[in-house]
Write a new protein. Sequence first.
Length: 306
Amino acid sequence: MPPLDLVMSFVAVFVAVGLLAGTIASAILRRHAPERRRLRELARSQQTVAWRAPVGLTDEPNALAERICRILPRSETRMGEMRQRLVCAGYRSTAAPVMFAASQIVSAIAVGVVTLLVTGVLPIALLSMIAGFGIPGLWLSHQIKRRGRVIQNGLPDVLDLLIVCLESGCSLDQAILKSSEELALAYQPLSDELALLANEIRAGKPRPEAFKRFAERTRVDDVRSLVAMLVQTDRYGTSIGQALRVHADLFRTRRRQRAEERAAKAGVKLVIPLVFCLFPAFYILTLGPAILQFVRVFLDVVADVK
């Protein structure tokens, strides 16, 4: 039997490590809690004059981007396609396509150099440069999907706000602007798109064209169907409040169905971490002593036979 002091030392170390780990985990979770993040964003927004900086229709020229563009010439077609993808991800600056093209080249060179230093094989380094060139594209695709998901989930709330504003006597343009201000914290991408839509309409662009550009920037199917409905109601003069109410119920049902689908997939996604992380440790703890005892008995029998 081990001495009592040794047992108490092990217990004290175990309790101390547990308390330290619990304190660190609690501090991290409390810092990144959704309600605290919302409060920090609200406090940061109150320090400025408005909820956020207004979304403009133009951008000032960037001297650094112009110098990079001279060094890295690209075709107008390629830069236009890249700019459309960056706009879908929320980067509307005129310097964004040039910076993205530069990041592709820098990423390719960095990955190639690191691979060459690690492996020392030139063909593998060249292949890794090709893979490094595509890393910014993968990141941009992830940003587009993430932003589209936020916009898709926020559409029911936007339509509810539009209905409230319209029924209170506001025009459609005022309702869009007010909805963008109210959703600045909950759905920032959707708020920016609505603010840009309101700015385009106030700048003199026809409302159907502004709605179509809104659908092109987001590339979300629900937004396309909403824009088609808004264009039809604006063209034929039908009741927009009733149409928005029907679409709000439809989008809310779709959002609930997507949440249920993700919940149903959670069990399947947990199989891989369970098999590769939990089950090996479980088998070692449960079968390990029995296997060691079996090996010990087997060795004793072999020694007796010899």
